[in-house]
Design a protein around this ligand. Structure first.
Ligand SMILES: Cc1cc2nc3c(=O)[nH]c(=O)nc-3n(C[C@H](O)[C@H](O)[C@H](O)COP(=O)(O)OP(=O)(O)OC[C@H]3O[C@@H](n4cnc5c(N)ncnc54)[C@H](O)[C@@H]3O)c2cc1C
Length: 509
């Protein structure tokens, strides 16, 4: 039994899900430690969208919506541009945050969103951030203990071995915490979508004038070439900088396409040089991925592709780009969103954000991370309230809450004693809360990450003929004004906000 009356939670990862989980868990009355593998908050990456349930949660966090609006990049819409540099179709935000288009009302740079969430949590007495740290091991205090805290040891000695009642994995799609918790490899529950993306900034002055001037300099521009190649460039708050995203899409297939295998091989090569004890000075960080991208942008096709000047500028900026980030866009689909035991230990671990439900190319990653953080903490808060009640009151509360797991626990199957519960009782209540977290999130995740197979073919056609057809169809859809309806059909993340309501919770702090 612990002397600390607060639930001790270790959150792994400080990007979007991590700080959001810390915010809500502290409101649920927990004491939260957040560890991040990198020595400081990572500010790279390009635009992420806040949609649907993400907007709902953002509006529950005082000050966040204003902060997001203040940081919104000056993007008025997205124009698709043909091989001769002419914009032929433009998609604009709807002006209604509750019904968003391909261009979100709440588009924000990932680094800015992470910073906003960090700023909302860093001064909280119940939240401690430790950068440059990761889990080394999870140990059982006693070999036969099946619930209660585990002792976590840390790899870099910035924290002493410490007991935690719950570990929340917010360490992204390749989560090592998920691998530890489920006793599997980091790749085990990752499903390829055959998309990859790279994000970086470049000096605007490198780009040809017609790529940044035109009718509206605040329109982002999308360029395509056959072979599933898409390049987007968009304005930054600082006009001297332009934001670039390069995307490669291969059709869905039974076997992994050669392009995805080549991407993975390059990423693995860069990873092993960056973690080597004797790094090769002639191969700077990310050099294998950057040469993969150079080949991707330059391999020839028989038809005219994209304006040469834009590609030349990207290639000139790529080697020295200070904020480069590249990733394969996978979906993460583990069988459960939590566990309270594995073959090695009985740690209670919950998966939040990309660690539990990375959504591939749906654009729902940040929104699901915000929603998951809120629901997890809300269900835990509800369970901890029950801990303070007399068992008779627990039974009544469980019946009233119609919580599936809570009902089971409160009906006496947890072995809880009369009066104030000990930590064993809390363990059972926690399990019930985690079960309910999963039950609330799973349908939401399924809906938000729904992206029909044709989305890749529309955004990045494979053949010159497909590209011609796509351009014609996009032109027609934008001309006739039915683009909003088409986009809603195309992705679950574009649904109306009220269609994805979240439970309301009563917080203790
Ligand atoms: C640097 C970066 C840039 C990105 N850029 C874009 C973008 O431009 N557009 C887009 O749509 N999405 C981008 N993403 C992904 C996007 O942030 C997520 O899809 C979404 O917001 C959900 O976030 P998350 O917090 O669950 O996961 P992530 O954003 O992937 O964050 C995981 C965090 O955990 C940390 N971490 C990983 N392993 C460990 C470990 N073992 N111990 C401790 N910490 C660990 C990582 O350093 C990272 O900070 C980016 C992610 C990162 C990390």
């Amino acid at each position: 039994m612990s002397n600390d009356p607060k639930l001790r939670v270790l959150v792994v990862g400080a990007s979007i899900a991590g700080p959001a989980a810390a915010y809500w868990l502290a409101k649920a009355g927990a004491r939260v430690t957040v560890i991040e593998r990198f020595p400081q908050l990572r500010t790279n990456g390009q635009n992420v969208d806040i949609r649907g349930v993400g907007v709902t949660v953002m509006r529950k966090m005082p000050g966040m919506e204003a902060a997001v609006r203040a940081k919104r990049p000056p993007i008025h819409g997205l124009s698709f541009v043909d091989a001769r540099g002419r914009a032929f179709a433009t998609i604009k935000p709807t002006g209604n945050p509750d019904q968003q288009s391909l261009v979100s009302e709440y588009e924000i740079l990932r680094g800015d969103l992470s910073q906003i969430l960090f700023d909302l949590t860093k001064a909280n007495d119940n939240i401690t951030y430790v950068f440059g740290e990761q889990i080394a091991s999870i140990e059982q205090p006693a070999p036969d203990t099946t619930s209660g805290p585990v002792t976590v040891t840390f790899a870099n000695g910035r924290l002493p071995p410490s007991p935690f009642d719950l570990i929340v994995a917010c360490d992204g799609s390749t989560s090592r915490t998920r691998a530890l918790a489920f006793g599997c490899s980091a790749r085990e529950h990752m499903h390829p979508t055959n998309w990859w993306a790279a994000y970086f900034s470049l000096p605007t002055a490198l780009l040809p004038a017609d790529a940044v001037a035109g009718s509206d300099p605040n329109l982002a521009r999308a360029y395509n070439a056959p072979g599933g190649r898409l390049v987007c460039i968009g304005p930054d708050a600082d006009p001297r900088t332009t934001r670039a995203t390069i995307i490669g899409v291969r059709p869905r297939s039974r076997n992994l396409p050669a392009e995805i295998l080549a991407f993975r091989a390059a990423a693995a090569q860069d990873h092993s040089s960056s973690t080597s004890s004797s790094p090769d000075p002639s191969s700077p960080p990310d050099s294998a991925i950057k040469s993969f991208i150079t080949h991707h942008l330059t391999h020839p096709t028989r038809t005219p592709t994209w304006p040469r000047g834009v590609i030349t500028a990207l290639l000139a900026a790529l080697p020295a780009s200070p904020d480069f980030h590249a990733t394969e866009l996978s979906q993460v689909r583990p069988p459960r969103l939590w566990t309270s035991s594995s073959s090695h230990h009985a740690a209670r671990v919950a998966l939040v954000g990309d660690a539990g439900y990375a959504s591939g190319a749906s654009g729902a990653g940040a929104s699901l991370a915000l929603a998951g953080a809120y629901v997890l903490a809300g269900e835990i808060c509800r369970a901890l309230r029950l801990r303070r009640l007399h068992p008779r009151q627990q039974r009544r509360a469980a019946r009233d809450s119609s919580g599936l797991g809570l009902g089971k626990v409160a009906d006496g199957e947890s072995g809880v004693e009369e009066g104030v519960l000990g930590w064993d009782g809390t363990g059972a209540l926690l399990d019930a809360a985690l079960e309910r977290y999963e039950a609330v999130m799973m349908p939401l995740v399924a809906e938000m990450r729904r992206t029909p197979g044709f989305v890749g073919a529309v955004l990045a056609p494979q053949s010159a003929w497909g590209l011609w057809l796509r351009n014609w169809a996009l032109w027609a859809v934008c001309r006739t004004g039915v683009s909003e309806a088409v986009q809603r059909f195309a992705a679950g993340a574009f649904a109306k906000r009220e269609e994805a309501a979240l439970p309301e919770y009563e917080w203790v702090e």
